[in-house]
Design a protein around this ligand. Structure first.
Ligand code: ADP
Ligand code: MG
Length: 257
């Protein structure tokens, strides 16, 4: 079995004020292993986005412990482990245009993570890595590098966001419902892009939050089911989808088919 890269233990998280508090994560354990694609599924509002945001250090947990490569993340996110996680993670979210700066050409957007690096590569190297990342997601740099977001379709914009997520060779990609805002015809290309990226980077892990069980079946090695902020069950994709152990998981599968 491959090693765990990113691990959460006993994660609890609430929102609201002291008087009006709502707990959304209850004692969640999660493991992301090297090389795998882990899918997180669950009804809308079950806590998938909150869990991934907390796990990747984008938001603090109320309690619990998160470790990256065996080193504990600090609550204030200024530890070496927190910095390493930030540097070695690529993020893709639901709304592609929301995450692209409308004033920036595609080449600048995709190259930004390299420019933000301390000891990052020089300009020529950035250009060639941006070209490589664009090709990896099926976008010809000659056509797309100089475009602005306004001249992209939703699917193209999301592939630009994915190119940005992979340009610095991340160890883990977090993709939170990357296809749900994309029209059906373009989803296939995005799925193909993820599959190609995994093939080209076999050491990388992918955490994919998705409503689409067809996508999950196609790409995930393991599935974790969240139900009202608790882990309902988790296991190999074929087992979860083929032999769900709980009524909740069965209802998710039935709703999708
Ligand atoms: P999912 O991604 O599974 O749809 P979320 O993690 O987005 O679920 O949300 C889980 C619950 O937490 C929801 O009830 C949502 O309204 C609530 N929630 C999420 N983010 C916030 C926030 N920043 N402030 C208050 N409540 C939030
Ligand atoms: Mg969500």
């Amino acid at each position: 079995m491959s090693e765990t890269v990113l691990q959460g233990r006993g994660i609890c998280k609430s929102f609201g004020t002291k008087r009006d508090r709502r707990q959304v994560l209850f004692d969640v354990d999660i493991d992301v292993r090297e090389r795998e694609c882990l899918a997180i599924i669950g009804a809308s509002g079950s806590g998938k986005s909150t869990l991934t945001r907390v796990l990747f250090g984008l938001e603090p947990a109320d309690s619990g412990e998160i470790t990256y490569r065996g080193q504990r993340l600090s609550p204030s996110h200024d530890s070496a482990a927190s910095r390493a996680l930030r540097d070695e993670t690529g993020l893709v979210f639901q709304d592609p245009f929301g995450s692209l700066d409308p004033r920036w050409r595609v080449a600048r957007t995709v190259g930004e993570p390299l420019r933000l690096r301390r000891d990052g590569p020089g300009d020529d190297e950035i250009v060639s890595r941006v070209d490589r990342a664009l090709r990896a997601v099926g976008l010809d740099p000659k056509t797309f590098a100089a475009r602005y977001p306004v001249d992209l379709s939703g699917g193209q914009a999301q592939r630009v966001a994915i190119a940005r997520a992979i340009v610095a060779d991340p160890c883990i990609i977090l993709a939170d419902e990357p296809m749900s805002a994309i029209d059906v015809a373009a989803r296939v290309r995005i799925l193909d892009a993820f599959a190609a990226i995994r093939q080209a980077n076999p050491g990388m892990s992918l955490v994919m939050v998705s409503h689409d069980l067809g996508v999950v079946q196609h790409i995930a090695d393991r599935v974790m089911v969240l139900h009202d902020g608790r882990v309902e069950e988790s296991g190999p994709t074929a087992r979860i989808l083929g032999d769900p152990r709980t009524a909740y998981t069965r209802s998710l599968i039935e709703a999708a088919s």
